[in-house]
Design a protein around this ligand. Structure first.
Ligand SMILES: Nc1ncnc2c1ncn2[C@@H]1O[C@H](COP(=O)(O)OP(=O)(O)OP(=O)(O)O)[C@@H](O)[C@H]1O
Ligand SMILES: [Mg+2]
Length: 469
């Protein structure tokens, strides 16, 4: 907040002055100290809302400043600036209770972003510890998850039950149903919320990298391992590790993950000594892991270890009654962001969306609304602003006039719509992509911007088989 007072500690004048300029430019009040000792004096004399300190300083270093702050002004977030930006250093300072770290050289934007986050974190912390909040905390916590349907209320209740525990959670649901959002809510509502939330997308890394990324490696353990590296399991120590798209991990990593879950220790690649870890694991997948187990593609024992507390997210079609509040939610966000006054959707636009099958679920709805806000020429969104209209026009030329009058009719129309329009569209899309890529699945998936397993699943749904992959 403008007017918040920030203490900057650095033995280098240029850095002190640079930070002063950046921060005062945004309206913060800034105090400078050229050493840890001078910082101590300031901390005894006045209150601060955040501290930015260098790590390596002669005399009293940043770590000692941090220790003093935790006694003199506990709850003040401390951000480290370090020229020695190895992960080990960062892990060390985070473990000591630092809020964040910034490697040198840094940009003004990065500094401001981290300071803003630190101040926000402090405000939330103070709010959370107010007596009024402690009462409501047990009830709420799902504010970011919009939805009033029975299915979403069940999801929220499950989150509230599981968040305070350390149990492993498996979140399932189609793409775009909110798995990331739920993982973050579980972390935010747990006692680990002030510790790191580390998310890793298991599809984005090749096997050897994933292993060293997760468990760390010892210097020299493979070509390119020029330094010992701390794995994400260790970085997340005390916090939450979110393994996204967990169905994509290889059998050998599945075996290692099982061991971590059983024994709560990790062994870095090339290392021999196991290290104890304290993390809460959350995994997510849009595939049917049980089915993968049945087909021998996923270890059964690991599945049971991950599936301690399952949270299944319904598709948007299964909770279509949430459509109006979701639309309002995204309208508010995007009209504010884009700076347009949009009052709502015309009844015809709403009717179109109510019939649309939303294969991409809430993410797709959000994209449709965002584009509609950009395209809207009036205060009310018209069918022409919805990029689904063209698609709808084929089978239902006047779908706006054909609003179903009963739940049963809606169901029948949706099914018909899907069969007659979406399926051929999907099939044509797949075949064209494959043709352009000489029927090579990997390249075709790549070209259209889909993850290979998702592309493959779509092929399977349409009974398209390719010998080349
Ligand atoms: N119930 C909800 N309320 C508000 N926003 C939501 C809700 N569910 C999802 N979203 C929003 O929709 C988008 C997609 O959600 P998210 O990334 O959590 O989906 P996902 O299930 O992880 O998808 P994927 O399988 O593709 O990774 C995000 O922008 C998210 O904030
Ligand atoms: Mg996701």
């Amino acid at each position: 907040m403008i007017g918040d007072r920030i203490l900057v500690v650095d033995d280098e004048k240029a850095i002190r002055e640079g930070l002063r300029r950046i921060l005062t430019g945004e309206g913060y009040e800034v105090e400078l100290s050229d050493s840890g000792y001078s910082a101590l004096e300031k901390l005894q004399a006045m209150d601060f809302q955040a501290v930015i300190t260098d790590l390596k300083m002669p005399g009293m270093d940043g770590m000692e400043v941090l220790k003093s702050i935790s006694i003199l002004q506990p709850n003040v977030p401390v951000i480290f600036i370090t020229g020695y930006s190895t992960l080990d250093n960062a892990v060390e300072v985070m473990k000591m209770g630092a809020f964040d770290y910034i490697p040198k050289p840094f940009t003004a934007d990065l500094i401001l972003e981290k300071v803003e986050k630190a101040l926000e974190h402090r405000a939330i912390f103070l709010e959370e510890h107010s007596p009024a909040h402690q009462l409501t905390e047990r009830m709420g916590g799902c504010e970011k998850i919009v939805g009033k349907s029975e299915a979403m209320e069940r999801v929220c209740r499950r989150i509230q039950q599981v968040a305070p525990t350390d149990s492993t959670v498996l979140i399932t649901g189609e793409s775009g149903t909110g798995k990331d959002l739920v993982a973050q809510a579980v972390h935010q509502m747990s006692h680990r919320r002030t510790r790191p939330f580390i998310a890793i997308d298991c599809t984005s890394l090749v096997e050897t990298l994933l292993e060293s990324e997760l468990f760390g490696h010892v210097k020299g353990s493979f070509t390119g391992a020029t330094q010992t590296k701390m794995g994400l399991f260790k970085v997340a120590d005390g916090g939450t590790l979110f393994l996204d798209e967990v169905s994509n991990i290889s059998p050998s990593i599945q075996a290692k993950l099982l061991r971590v879950l059983q024994e709560r220790v990790i062994t870095p690649v090339g290392g021999t000594a196991p290290m104890e870890i304290d993390i809460r694991l959350i995994a997510a997948t849009n595939r049917d892991l049980k089915d993968m187990v049945a087909r021998g593609e996923f270890r059964e024992d690991l599945f049971y270890r991950l599936n301690i507390v399952p949270i299944h997210l319904p598709t948007l079609r299964e909770r279509i009654e949430d459509l109006p509040i979701l639309i309002n939610h995204f309208l508010r966000i995007h009209s504010e962001e884009i700076g347009k006054e949009i009052r709502g959707l015309s009844p015809a636009s709403m009717a179109i969306l109510k019939q649309y099958p939303f294969p991409g679920n809430i993410r797709e709805l959000e994209n449709i609304i965002e584009r509609a806000v950009v395209l809207a020429k009036e205060e009310v969104i018209q069918p022409g602003d919805l990029e689904v209209t063209e698609f709808m026009a084929g089978e239902f030329p006047s779908c706006a006039d054909r609003v179903p009058e009963s739940a049963e009719e809606l169901k029948v129309m949706k099914k018909k719509l899907r069969e007659e329009a979406v399926l051929p569209l999907e099939k044509a899309f797949l075949i064209k992509a494959l043709e352009r890529n000489d029927w090579n699945v990997t390249r075709a998936a790549d070209e259209v911007g889909m993850l290979r397993p998702n592309f493959q699943a779509l092929l399977k749904r349409h009974g398209i088989s390719c010998s080349r992959s």
